[in-house]
Design a protein around this ligand. Structure first.
Ligand SMILES: C[S@@+](CC[C@H](N)C(=O)[O-])C[C@H]1O[C@@H](n2cnc3c(N)ncnc32)[C@H](O)[C@@H]1O
Length: 235
């Protein structure tokens, strides 16, 4: 399953980048959500754009002065993200098993439409892995399409693909997050922007935090005295 997913995104990556690289310019609501994520993460550490595609979310956060990086399953998406955003570090990785990423590595994770290709029974597994790589009190922002069905695509942006897109109810994803060990903060829904801007589905944005393991625990980035200096990449 994941091989077909990866190769589908590899094939579509160039056209996807062309289509979505500047999409934040047309999505003020999403920018607000990312501003709020930045505020919540503050000096906790790096924000990872998970399932980053061409890196438009990382780019926006970087422009707001946050330390950012990006991870995607598809090497071709990573290549697109890297060439569009040379000042940010992107790497290939699978959110079910982020082998190169240490426990507690990130202050925040923005996962925009990263869960949309995950079959329902596997979502909690991926969320547990995201929780592992977040530091205590770190913040996850998930964005996804609201609904109940599955849409299969054999073609996307002019390329042959085989991709299932899963729609989720907000209450359902809240349950997945609780099961994966997150504390829920806000869950917000919006209507779609116009057809010219995006696919016509309602969207959900959920903020959730990794709880402290014990009282008095803090993030090692803060312990190490790291400062948030405007927009440089993670060292
Ligand atoms: C619908 S695209 C979203 C891309 C971008 N975040 C956006 O908002 O346009 C889904 C992305 O998630 C990536 N992805 C899917 N499964 C993944 C996994 N298991 N680990 C990491 N990335 C994954 C895909 O390669 C693809 O780039």
């Amino acid at each position: 399953m994941s091989e077909e997913l990866q190769s589908s995104y590899d094939r579509v990556a160039e056209n996807y980048a062309e289509q979505f690289r500047d999409e934040m310019d047309q999505k003020p609501f999403d920018r607000k959500m990312l501003d709020w994520l930045s505020e919540k993460v503050g000096a906790l550490g790096v924000i990872c754009d998970m399932g980053c595609g061409p890196g438009q979310i990382a780019r926006y956060l970087h422009g707001r002065g946050m330390k950012v990086c990006g991870v995607d399953l598809s090497p071709e998406m990573v290549r697109q993200a890297q060439s569009l955003n040379p000042e940010i570090t992107f790497q290939q990785g699978d959110m079910f098993a982020l082998a190169d990423i240490a426990d507690d590595a990130y202050g925040g994770i923005a996962a925009f439409y990263a869960i949309v290709n995950l079959p329902r029974p596997s979502v909690v597994l991926a969320l547990r892995e995201l929780r592992r790589v977040l530091c205590p009190n770190g913040v996850l922002l998930l964005a996804f399409h609201i609904g109940q069905g599955i849409k299969h695509l054999d073609e996307m942006l002019g390329q042959e693909v085989s991709l299932d897109f899963f729609f989720f109810e907000t209450a359902e994803v809240k349950d997945y997050l609780r099961t994966a060990g997150f504390e829920l903060e806000e869950a917000i829904e919006r209507d779609p922007y116009s057809e010219a801007v995006e696919y016509q589905s309602r969207r959900a944005y959920i903020f959730a935090r990794k709880p402290y393991r014990q009282q008095g625990e803090s993030c090692r980035w803060i312990d190490a005295g790291h400062k948030m200096s405007g927009g440089s990449q993670r060292s």
